[in-house]
Design a protein around this ligand. Structure first.
Ligand SMILES: Nc1ncnc2c1ncn2[C@@H]1O[C@H](COP(=O)(O)OP(=O)(O)O)[C@@H](O)[C@H]1O
Ligand SMILES: [Mg+2]
Length: 363
């Protein structure tokens, strides 16, 4: 059985200054001085316009959250890049996401963090999410390009994907089994990469996994030429040592068994991502989004449904959906191996490594 990667020794993140992160991340960028000056001028003007809301006593208002307007152009002092904001393309618990384009005609997504908590809380959340995106750059993790504060509001700029995986369910003829392996190949690689780096995503669901169409530089035709899948939203991703059920807010995701009953099923750790990938691939295979009640999760219903599927999907998914963390698929790499194991066509049984789980318990 593949061993889970060893937890990273990195200390937990402390409050980080966005500017400092930028200096490190973009030390190769040295925008021409006149460009920086022009950008500074724009930022000064736009911030002054907001601060003009000072009351008659001349008191400046406390830093006020100012969401962007469609058509507005915001400039990052860190990179000198300007972003023209388009329509809203998504809404999560922590941010509103807008379409944007930049000087380079890149198609981007700009996440504007919602004013939840104090100004310092949001500043810290923005810095931490950006920091994780920078550290965890991977082909199958949405690529971060910029992050900055503008008019007391925090922006994180990433490549724009075609849409969340849940869009697949709007397809008229979604043949789920065809999608599972290609999606799993990309997402499990991203999950494996995160785990090796000592991080747990904790929030893998259809709204946080995207389809991505690659740009053909030699054609204006924006239709898909090739496609891959990306893991996104590292907002609540945590280091191995930091995670436990009490400090975890599961955002729009199905609570795994160990979250609901750690005494019975084990502690919350990186294998929560395996369970969530299991749920995602199960729904993809069946071609429909499913909701489970906490009781159904505690009763092991997802695993029971997965057991009905043919090999290699049934054995691979039901192993990933075991309630007991210790009996579950241990790593993303093991999950991928299980999904691609050669099936004997006569018995249609996948030769997975022997289960350590008692057969009757729906563990
Ligand atoms: N890079 C992107 N490309 C396309 N759509 C995106 C992108 N990032 C976010 N979205 C859309 O915005 C929604 C919310 O973004 P997300 O990062 O998950 O925010 P939150 O942290 O608030 O959950 C996503 O479910 C998706 O629909
Ligand atoms: Mg999200």
């Amino acid at each position: 059985m593949t061993q889970a990667p060893a937890p990273s020794k990195q200390p937990p993140l402390s409050p980080v200054d966005l500017g400092k992160l930028f200096d490190e991340a973009f030390d190769f960028v040295n925008p021409p001085e006149d460009q920086v000056e022009a950008a500074q001028e724009v930022v000064k003007e736009q911030t002054a316009a907001v601060d003009a809301g000072a009351d008659s006593s001349g008191q400046l208002p406390l830093p006020a959250f100012t969401p962007p307007q469609v058509g507005m152009t915001v400039t990052s002092l860190a990179t000198g890049n300007s972003y023209t904001i388009g329509r809203v393309i998504g809404e999560g618990s922590f941010g509103t996401v807008y379409q944007a384009t930049d000087t380079w005609f890149n198609e981007l997504a700009v996440k504007v963090l919602k004013p939840l908590g104090t100004y310092e809380d949001i500043q810290l959340a923005a810095a931490q999410e950006f920091d994780k995106l920078l550290k965890l750059r991977h082909t199958h993790v949405t690529h971060v390009v910029d992050a900055f504060e503008f008019q007391h509001t925090f922006y994180i700029v990433t490549e724009r994907c075609a849409g969340p995986l849940s869009d697949l369910f709007t397809m008229e003829q979604l043949h789920g089994p065809v999608w599972v392996q290609p999606v799993a190949r990309c997402l499990l690689q991203a999950v494996h990469f995160l785990h090796v780096a000592g991080y747990v995503h904790q929030d893998i669901h259809f709204g946080n996994c995207f389809m991505h169409f690659h740009k053909n530089e030699m054609s204006d035709d924006s239709r898909m030429t090739s496609m891959s899948f990306k893991l996104a939203d590292l907002g609540i991703a945590k280091m191995f040592g930091e995670i436990d059920a009490r400090n975890t807010v599961l955002n729009g995701n199905i609570a795994p068994p160990e979250f609901l009953d750690p005494d019975q099923f084990g502690l919350l750790d990186h294998r929560v991502d395996i369970y969530h990938c299991g749920l995602l691939f199960l729904q993809l295979y069946l071609g429909k989004e499913m909701a489970f009640t906490n009781q159904e999760i505690l009763d092991g219903l997802p695993r029971q449904i997965a057991e009905q599927l043919p090999a290699p999907f049934g054995p691979a998914l039901s192993k990933a959906l075991r309630r007991h963390v210790a009996h579950r698929t241990q790593s993303a790499m093991e999950f991928w191996r299980d999904l691609t194991v050669k099936v004997n066509p006569l018995t249609a049984v996948a030769a997975l490594p022997p289960s350590t789980d008692p057969p009757q318990t729906h563990g």
